[in-house]
Design a protein around this ligand. Structure first.
Ligand code: 6LW
Length: 538
């Protein structure tokens, strides 16, 4: 077992970036890709020179055509990718749970990725590729869910050029507990085949195990020290560690990444930021990783070394009804003049042209890192339900301590519904600081509200005259969130507090799901609103 020997570990990205997969590049750098679920753009790609310090280089799934689905729920979409380099090409195999398993390829991940090659006849999630020395390519993944396939890791040969599965699925491993063996990765070292996989569910029982065999199909010999890593039954800040992937498995020092959740000091401990990736280097002894008697801990809040201040504007599912434009505040922002947005930047698929009339726009979502930003939104006809694309654009919460604020420039242009900022776990669990459409006396209400599995609780409210441009603020800490509204004209001191919400409303235990928290702006009802100085600080 691997308990109670607390070793600090380096977080390599912040905010929900689960299921990390890495590969070494011919240039001597490393690439990482993560699950992105319902969020678009998706499949974020990071690069590192040393395996410990990473920066984002793009999103492998940045065209709507790569993300087909008929309907989309929270924590659906893109699960557990595997990234490999083989013979001059990068391969990224991944599950879109709303469609199937697919392979994206790239000659240069800085330049972008192909459209999906769909893998027919390969059910289940968490597909992985392994290229053997003789050129044979293998696919492995977990069970397909039918009665004929017990839980375990399954293997076939595959033609990666067209996604054709070449041999019958074969169950090569059942795990050590039988509880959710998943996320397998296969490697070769000193002529032996190594299989690593996550087990125990992705929550508090999460772990990673390893086994080895003389042939890809097995039989596999379990590592006597399994679980290779786990933090279960400890009080460490970092919980639910597992879902590993390695680079340089055949070298003296191997780079391993895994994910885990930061939990606070409540009892029972709570976490809501999401599963984040971590990295360690390890050596080998007697043909096994030298990792026994190690658990990993981390600081509850970051120190600026793990991309905590990064902002990536993403939307839950492809927006089909709403309409967004994001631009850096420093530039000429997207003024909403005469019903036209001017100078929108970063729009996808070329669907939006500079100065395009809002009515011309259709499926559009942005990829932008502007912070602070100006964000224009055409209110969607619906609330946070995902069926037509949730009317929200936001950025991941990257630390417990953070602040997200936005100034509503034109409250009078919302003729029905509400607009504001949201702390979003999923469509059933979120917090809003909402400005409602003005009444006939020219006043609007600002309300802080908790949406907890259908239970709607008003936290605080204030009325303001419609000519005011309120600044909506939410501040996060290790116990939850505080809401405030600022307007130097309306309030003495410039800011009024509207109340606090315990973060555990949005924790994994309560809200469920595989993601974390998105902090963003939204509008539903009727009207075109603009938020100025949309700013995230961690
Ligand atoms: C993923 C599975 C898992 O497919 O969670 O932690 C699922 N492991 O391997 C969603 O990320």
């Amino acid at each position: 077992m691997t308990l109670f020997n607390c070793k600090p570990v380096h977080r390599i990205a912040s905010g929900f970036h689960p299921d990390p997969s890495i590969c070494a590049t011919p240039q001597g750098t490393y690439l990482m890709v993560n699950s992105s679920f319902e969020y678009f753009p998706g499949l974020p790609v990071f690069e590192s020179d040393d395996g410990e310090h990473w920066h984002k280089i793009g999103d492998a799934m940045n065209r709507t055509g790569q993300f087909p689905y008929e309907s989309m729920g929270n924590s659906q979409g893109i699960y557990a990718p595997t990234l490999r380099w083989y013979d001059g090409k990068y391969y990224l195999i991944v599950t879109n749970v709303n469609k199937g398993n697919m392979i994206l390829t790239s000659d240069d991940p800085h330049a972008g990725w192909s459209d999906p090659i769909w893998v027919d006849g390969w059910p289940g999630i968490d597909p992985s590729l392994f290229f053997d020395d003789d050129g044979a390519a293998y696919i492995c993944g977990n069970e397909g869910g039918g009665p004929d396939e017990p839980a375990g890791i399954y293997l076939s040969k595959i033609d990666v050029t067209n996604g054709t599965v070449l041999t019958k699925r074969r169950r090569i491993c059942g795990g050590i507990t039988g509880s959710n063996p998943e996320g397998p990765h296969m490697y070769k070292r000193d002529g032996l085949y190594y299989l690593m996989w996550a087990e125990g569910g992705t929550e508090s029982g999460h772990m990673e195990n390893i086994a080895r065999a003389a042939a890809p199909e097995g039989p596999y010999e379990m590592y006597p020290g399994n679980p290779l890593i786990t933090n279960r039954s400890t009080h460490l800040t970092l919980q639910a560690i597992g879902h590993c992937d390695c680079a340089h498995i055949d070298a003296e020092r191997t780079l391993m990444v895994f994910h885990g959740t930061r939990n606070n000091d409540e009892y029972p401990a709570q976490g809501w930021i999401g599963r984040e990736p971590y990295a360690v280097w390890f050596g080998w002894k007697d043909g096994w990783p030298e990792l026994a008697d190690q658990s990993y801990d981390c600081e509850l809040n970051g120190r600026g070394e793990s991309l905590e201040s990064d902002v990536e504007w993403v939307t839950p599912s492809i927006d089909k009804a709403g309409w967004y434009a994001v631009t850096p505040v420093a530039g000429n922002g997207p003024g909403l003049r005469n019903g036209r947005i001017h100078r929108p930047v970063g729009m996808m698929d070329g669907a939006v042209r500079e100065g395009a009339a809002m009515d011309d726009a259709h499926t559009t979502t942005v990829a932008s890192t502007a912070n602070p930003a100006m964000i224009a939104i055409r209110a969607a006809a619906q609330s946070f339900d995902l069926s037509q694309g949730a009317p929200m654009i936001g950025t991941r919460q990257t630390d417990f301590h953070c602040e997200f604020g936005a100034t509503l420039a034109n409250a009078d242009s919302l003729s029905a519904g509400e607009t504001g900022i949201a702390v979003y776990a999923n469509a059933d669990h979120y917090l809003t600081l909402a400005v409602h459409a003005a009444d006939s006396n020219g006043m609007f209400r600002v309300e802080a509200t908790v949406h907890n599995a259908g239970l709607v609780t008003l936290v605080g409210t204030v009325s303001m005259p419609v000519k005011v441009s309120p600044r909506l603020i939410v501040r996060g800490d290790e116990r939850g969130y505080a809401f405030a509204v600022a307007d130097t004209g309306a309030f003495a001191g410039g800011e009024r507090t509207l109340g606090r919400v315990p973060g555990k409303v949005l924790s994994f235990n309560n809200a469920g799901g595989f993601t974390g928290i998105l902090l963003g702006v939204y509008a539903h009802g009727r009207g075109d609103v603009t938020f100025a100085d949309v700013r995230y600080t961690a």
